[in-house]
Design a protein around this ligand. Structure first.
Ligand code: ATP
Length: 193
C-alpha cells in the first residue's frame, strides 16, 4: 500500500504546541505515515516577513521534532527563497515521493476564507487531499469543496501571541517545546515587536 504523507506549511515563527498537537490529532484519525513540516521563506498571505531568520525558524523546528517519529522538516521553501507558494512544494513532493499516496495538506480553518487567492488554488486542490483543523473558526470558502475536517480540540495558541508575550516579558515557557524555549532564550529572539 502506498504510504501516506502530509505537508504542513507555515511560518513557524516560532513553532508552538498548537502546531504539534494538531498534527497528532490529524494522525489519530487519518492514515499519515510521515508529516513534513515546511517552513515558508516568505509566506504569500502574510503582510509582514517572519521576525526570526529562516535559519532560526528551521533550527527551532528541528529541535521541536526531535524524538517524534513520523515528523520531519523539509527545508525546500527556505532554500528556494522568495515568496513560498504551496503549489511548488506539492509539485516537488509529487516528484520526490512518487510512490506515496496523494499527499495530504494540513491547514488551519483560519486560512480557509482566503484559500481562493492561493497560487493555483484549484490545481492545488486537485493535487492534494485537504485536511482542515479547527482553530475555533469555520470552513467558509467558495473554493474548498472536499476536505477532511479534524474534530480537534482547538488550543488557543499562536506564534503572534507568543512573540508579543516575549516582547512584553510575559510567560510563554509552556507554549513551546522545552528545547525551543531554550533556543529562544539563548538567542534573545523576539525581545522587541
Ligand atoms: P501567527 O500567529 O504568526 O499568524 P500561527 O500561530 O498561525 O502564526 P503559522 O506558522 O502561521 O502559525 O501556522 C501554520 C499552520 O498551523 C496554519 O495552517 C495555521 O492555521 C495552523 N495553526 C497554527 N496554530 C494553530 C492552533 N493553535 N490550532 C490549530 N492550527 C493552528
Amino acid at each position: 500500500m502506498p504510504s501516506g504523507i502530509a505537508i504542513f506549511g507555515g511560518s513557524f515563527d516560532p513553532v508552538h504546541i498548537g502546531h504539534l498537537f494538531i498534527v497528532e490529532e490529524a494522525r489519530d484519525v487519518l492514515d499519515i505515515e510521515q508529516v513534513f513540516f515546511v517552513p515558508a521563506y516568505q509566506p504569500p498571505h502574510k503582510n509582514e516577513a517572519p521576525q526570526a531568520s529562516a535559519e532560526a525558524r528551521l533550527a527551532m523546528l528541528e529541535l521541536a521534532l526531535q524524538g517524534r517519529p513520523g515528523c520531519s522538516v523539509l527545508d525546500w521553501e527556505i532554500y528556494r527563497g522568495g515568496v513560498s507558494y504551496t503549489i511548488e512544494t506539492v509539485e516537488r513532493a509529487l516528484n520526490e515521493f512518487p510512490r506515496a499516496a496523494k499527499p495530504k495538506l494540513i491547514i488551519g480553518d483560519d486560512l480557509c476564507a482566503d484559500f481562493g487567492s492561493w497560487e493555483q488554488a484549484e490545481r492545488l486542490l486537485d493535487l492534494v487531499e485537504l485536511v482542515i483543523v479547527t482553530r475555533g473558526g469555520s470552513v467558509e470558502s467558495d473554493t474548498i469543496k472536499e476536505y477532511h475536517l479534524i474534530d480537534n480540540s482547538p488550543l488557543p495558541v499562536s506564534s503572534s501571541d507568543i512573540r508579543r508575550r516575549i516582547a512584553e516579558g510575559r510567560s510563554y515557557r509552556d507554549l513551546v517545546p522545552q528545547a525551543v524555549y531554550n533556543y529562544i532564550e539563548e538567542n534573545g529572539l523576539y525581545r522587541s515587536l
